[in-house]
Design a protein around this ligand. Structure first.
Ligand SMILES: *[C@@H]1O[C@H](CO)[C@@H](O)[C@H](O)[C@H]1NC(C)=O
Ligand SMILES: *[C@@H]1O[C@H](CO)[C@@H](O)[C@H](O)[C@H]1NC(C)=O
Ligand SMILES: *[C@@H]1O[C@H](CO)[C@@H](O)[C@H](O)[C@H]1NC(C)=O
Ligand SMILES: *[C@@H]1O[C@H](CO)[C@@H](O)[C@H](O)[C@H]1NC(C)=O
Ligand SMILES: *[C@@H]1O[C@H](CO)[C@@H](O)[C@H](O)[C@H]1NC(C)=O
Length: 599
């Protein structure tokens, strides 16, 4: 007993010392957010089958089939396939159905998680059992190994009961700025809120985004600056590995998976119907890259999911004390007050500073009695780790639980962390549907690319992506937009605006953001962009930096225009689209759109 006390005292003192000196053992944080899977679906069975002490499944969790009361209820099972054919619903309305079992009437009650089957039936009868199935741990070798060796959060929720984009916005800004759905116009114009990237920059700390196709962080308007694009956006292959190998990963790295599924380069974002084995391979690659880095001893990797994707989870979504981030309300008919969280998602945390087999439940240190872990915990903890001077981003990250206590319990980094994770067997159960049409999310990405690329921003392009563009073309778009769109010489689709700058005006950047040469070139880049009257970063420039995307063919646009003229056209076009979308209860301020380009 005295020995235990002493130990406790020592641990307590050590934690206090590091807290009082404000020195975190973590110097570089790496975030990977995958797509659309719930906690129970991915990790729930690890309780029974791996013996992890997590709040997972017992096997007795069921939802009734509302179509026929004499049918037995549909219960959870440990036989999820790597590929499910359909995408369960996960819009704001779908999630309300799923957690309450019926469409609630503005209720603030704790839901009973009884409507997943009912909601899935509305998409497809087969899907109703798919949403109740969870993975047997052996099918997720990377997660099984990491969960046993590092930390699992078993109470981490998505930030709102809604789809991908609003939840992704919360990851780095602790708000979706009032969005509960995918609002194309606002996504294209970019969301204006301050982000954790801004807070880091205010203290002179750099960040990097390693992306595979199109980085979704560009939905934040404030990231669309030439400086950010020149210094912070990199293609995952090969730059992530080379930065890690050379020990130059910045304080914050964000990894964006591949969202397009092609035969040679499969999607690895885990979104249905994409093969989850590819997500496991990405996680393995990221882990092994970091493990081999000279920075490993100061690294923290967090893997999470934007939202639950319509899959069952048994933990009631929290409602108590959840603060609205910024007072903004959602649109009609719900006028959502951002006063409840979304469904629980899998979250794993990896670092040599974490004790083997850690399970993290509720945040132990508040900051309030109702605080929970949710996506806003990421900016909240980053602020603590780096002792950032900027205030909280919103009321939500101020409320969210932080997790720095988990890596201040050891006196030195562990030396027994595995160097490699188990192999992920390759079983492609279905060929990639690369000639299929795009999902909403994929369309938003390629439209973002086109917008930033200066090709299109009018409805004609949206129609183009919806009716004609295939997954394969969309994937190729950022590389060679003019081929993808099959434009003939001098031909432009109706309403198109060619706004791109001349690529030759922009010098290429060397890889290492710390090198003198890099900084010199980044500076000249800014100058080149400014002197060409154009401060906008285009995606072909982003790509060229990474080295594998080709610049646009050197053909000039139809007419040289002044920046003022160009801006006027852009504003007009956005205003036109804004006028066309009357259902938006908070119309965009047209004047503000200028910030997209002149930040
Ligand atoms: C309901 O399920 C029972 C048992 O499987 C079956 O006999 C019956 O035909 C079903 N009724 C309907 C309306 O589908
Ligand atoms: C929903 O709320 C409205 C207004 O409070 C009320 O008039 C209506 O009866 C409610 N409907 C149900 C089904 O409870
Ligand atoms: C869950 O809650 C809904 C709405 O409050 C209710 O209609 C339903 O009967 C409940 N289901 C279960 C299984 O408790
Ligand atoms: C995840 O769900 C959203 C809807 O919430 C959907 O539009 C999107 O396609 C999904 N993600 C991906 C990567 O497809
Ligand atoms: C990490 O720290 C451990 C324990 O102090 C040490 O043995 C190891 O060499 C360090 N690794 C690196 C890459 O610095």
């Amino acid at each position: 007993m005295p020995a235990l006390l002493l130990l406790l005292l020592l641990v307590f003192t050590a934690a206090n010392v590091s807290a009082s000196t404000g020195e975190s053992p973590i110097k570089n944080v790496v975030i990977l957010a995958l797509e659309n899977r719930s906690f129970d679906h991915m990790l729930g069975w690890m309780r029974r089958l791996l013996g992890l002490p997590i709040d997972g499944l017992t096997g007795a969790e069921c939802n009734v089939d509302p179509t026929n009361s004499s049918l037995p209820p549909v219960c959870v099972s440990a036989d999820a396939p790597l590929v499910v054919p359909d995408d369960p619903g996960h819009s704001f309305e779908d999630v309300l159905d799923q957690v309450f079992g019926s469409r609630p009437n503005g209720t603030a009650d704790l839901p009973n998680m009884s409507g997943f089957v009912r909601s899935a039936l509305s998409v497809n009868t087969l899907l109703s059992s798919d949403v109740m199935r969870g993975f047997t741990p052996s099918l997720l070798p990377a997660f099984s190994a990491l969960a046993a060796d590092f930390a699992v959060f078993d109470r981490w929720f998505s930030s709102l009961p809604g789809p991908t984009q609003p939840n992704r916005l919360f990851l780095y800004s602790a708000t979706s700025h009032g969005a509960i759905a995918h609002d194309k116009l606002r996504l294209l114009a970019g969301y204006p809120q301050r982000t954790i990237f801004d807070s880091l920059a205010a203290d002179g700390l750099p960040f990097a985004v390693y992306f595979k196709t199109i980085p979704t962080v560009l939905f934040y308007r404030r990231l669309r600056t030439v400086r950010n694009v020149a210094t912070s956006l990199h293609l995952y292959d090969p730059t992530f590995r080379s930065h890690a190998r050379r020990g130059v990963l910045p304080p914050l790295s964000v990894i964006e998976p591949r969202y397009f599924d092609l035969t040679g380069t499969p999607a690895d974002d885990d979104h249905p119907a994409h093969d989850v084995a590819n997500g496991q391979r990405l996680v393995k690659d990221v882990y092994e890259t970091l493990r081999a880095s000279p920075q490993w001893n100061t690294t923290l990797l967090l893997v999470t999911y934007d939202e639950h994707g319509g899959f069952y989870d048994h933990v009631a979504t929290p409602v108590a004390g959840v603060p609205s981030p910024d007072g903004l309300r959602g649109p009609v008919p719900f006028f959502f007050k951002f006063d409840r969280l979304g469904v629980r998602v899998p979250t794993l945390m990896i670092s040599p500073w974490i004790k083997k087999g850690t399970v993290v439940g509720r945040p132990p240190n508040g900051p309030t009695p109702t605080s929970e872990y949710e996506h806003s915990s990421i900016p909240a903890t980053i602020k603590k780790i780096f002792n950032l001077k900027s205030g909280f981003l919103t009321k939500r990250d101020e409320w969210a639980g932080t997790f720095e206590h988990i890596f201040t319990q050891l006196d030195e980094p562990r030396t027994d962390c595995p160097e490699t994770l188990p192999e992920v067997p390759f079983v492609r159960t279905r060929p990639a549907k690369e000639h299929g049409l795009l999902s909403d999310f994929q369309r938003e990405l390629v439209e973002l690319a086109s917008f930033l690329n200066g090709d299109y921003m009018l409805t004609s392009f949206a129609q183009e992506t919806q009716k004609k563009m295939t997954v394969k073309q969309a994937d190729a778009y950022p590389v060679e937009p003019e081929v993808t769109l099959r434009r003939k010489e001098g031909e432009h689709l109706p309403g198109s605006q060619v706004l791109g700058v001349e690529d030759h005006a922009v010098p290429a950047l060397p890889d290492d953001p710390k090198s003198q040469q890099h900084q010199g070139v980044a500076h000249r880049w800014d100058e080149a962009m400014e002197s060409s009257g154009e401060r906008r970063a285009t995606l072909s420039q982003v790509g060229r930096r990474g080295g594998s995307m080709r610049p646009k063919a050197g053909k000039p646009g139809p007419q040289p225009r002044t920046p003022e003229e160009e801006m006027q056209q852009v504003l007009l076009a956005v205003a036109e689209r804004a006028a066309g979308s009357r259902q938006d209860p908070m119309p965009m301020k047209h004047g503000a759109v200028g910030e997209v380009f002149f930040v």
